[in-house]
Design a protein around this ligand. Structure first.
Ligand code: LCS
Length: 396
């Protein structure tokens, strides 16, 4: 018997969502169905499974019990119809583009999205005649102005990587729907614990589960959750064909990591708030961007649409790139690496790393300046993180 999670708190839901009792041996842990294919009882059974007349697993690119358990868990946490796990976050992003875009179809996107989410449109999808406008979606007038009669997709990332600018999800859902377009939200920075875009009117939500959902810096993966069955069927059919599926072992690892999601998110946020306040009061810091600071220009929107402020901070050290490098080279606890959302703190320089594939003028127009440092705050002790940053800043 599965537990009824209706009305339960987020910690209970993260712990038990998608629980899949093993009816054969009664294992509490989810088994790994490490198989590429499934056998049929007889020819008619195979035909019925393929026609959809009977439910059954056919082939792991199309469905696998371990992966389905993970998909059901995330769909539950995002309050959606169904989940589709993918081999990477970019497989999720590209499959959504593949589903909704085509020759002569236009999309509007957040200008400061993760570098590759923008790069694949500008250099690859454009080759197939896709039209696009990347604008500052924090400014709703810019979003409205960018919409065209052939706009089918409004694609936003909030908070955006790495500017930590926010976009109003409910307002964008209204704008998209008025124009007959769909709203897709990359919810990677918040995880399903801190923000649920489908509840705010979005049609599709996606995550790079490489980040918070897995949380242990040992798996690359993605997941898509749709609000309706119709959108689920459209995207699922593209992924089945294109083949960006998550494999069963990957799904098992991610489920294992996900069970501590709410604990990690809570701890990371407590640490981030303290670090952001410390940075804000430090004389060598030019500016700090963190949604939990009252000085964040969209602090009110953060409080309205998010259930917490997350653990991503961006800041600029006075004196520009050279002084920023001194901090990157002298911190001892955060490792100098791209990615985020793991249990450990990481620090990086977007202009030369995660966003280096965006042309300089576009990158700067999107607010990703040369001096911006991104700090992904982990679950260490805040006193240790503060002392470490303090000694690094003292080296300037
Ligand atoms: N969406 C967001 C918001 C991301 O931050 C990333 C990766 C992706 C999608 C793509 O996911 P992946 O295919 O890597 O699982 N962001 C990275 C970052 O900021 N540093 O390294 C990767």
């Amino acid at each position: 018997m599965s537990l009824d999670l209706k009305g339960k708190g987020i910690n209970t839901r993260v712990t038990h969502a998608g629980e899949n009792p093993d009816n054969v041996y009664g294992s509490v842990g989810v088994p790994i169905y490490q198989t590429s294919t499934f056998k049929f009882r007889d020819a008619d059974h195979g035909a019925r499974c393929f026609s959809g007349e009977e439910q059954g697993y056919l082939y792991t690119r199309i469905g696998n019990p371990t992966t389905n358990t993970f998909e059901a868990a995330v769909a539950h946490l995002e309050h959606g119809y169904g989940g589709i796990a993918t081999s990477s976050g970019m497989a999720a992003v590209s499959s959504i583009y593949m589903t909704y875009l085509g020759a002569g179809v236009h999309m509007v996107g957040t200008d400061a999205v993760y570098g590759s989410s923008r790069m694949v449109i500008e250099t690859d999808f454009s080759r197939f005649g896709v039209e696009y406008s990347f604008v500052d979606t924090a400014n709703l007038d810019e979003v409205r102005k960018a919409m065209r009669p052939n706009t089918k997709l409004l694609y936003i990332e909030t908070p955006a990587n790495p500017t930590i600018k926010l976009t109003d999800i409910a307002a964008c859902a209204e704008i998209a729907h008025e124009h007959g377009a769909l709203l897709v939200v990359d919810n990677t920075f918040m995880s399903p614990v801190l923000q649920n875009p489908l509840e705010l009117g979005a049609d599709v939500v996606l995550h790079s589960i490489t980040k918070y959902i897995n949380g242990h810096t040992d798996v690359v993966g993605g997941v898509i959750v749709t609000r309706t069955e119709a959108e689920f069927d459209r995207i699922k059919s593209v992924i089945n064909g294109i083949g960006g599926t998550m494999d069963p072992h990957q799904s098992w690892l991610v489920l294992r990591g996900m069970r501590t999601l709410s604990l990690r998110v809570e701890r990371g946020e407590q640490n981030a708030q303290k670090l952001a306040e410390y940075l804000e009061s430090h004389p060598k810091i030019e500016w700090v961007r963190y949604p939990g600071l009252v000085s964040h220009p969209q602090h009110d929107l953060a409080t309205r649409q998010m259930k917490g402020y997350g653990s991503m901070i961006s800041f600029e050290v006075k004196g520009g790139v050279e002084n920023g490098k001194t901090v990157l080279n002298n911190v001892k606890i955060p490792q100098l690496a791209v990615s985020l959302g793991g249990y450990e703190s990481l620090i990086q320089h977007p202009a030369s790393m995660t966003h280096a594939n965006i042309p300089v003028d576009e990158r700067e127009a999107a607010g990703i300046t040369d001096g911006l440092v991104r700090y992904a705050v982990g679950t260490e002790d805040s006193a240790d993180l503060l002392a470490d940053l303090d000694q690094a800043l003292a080296k300037i």
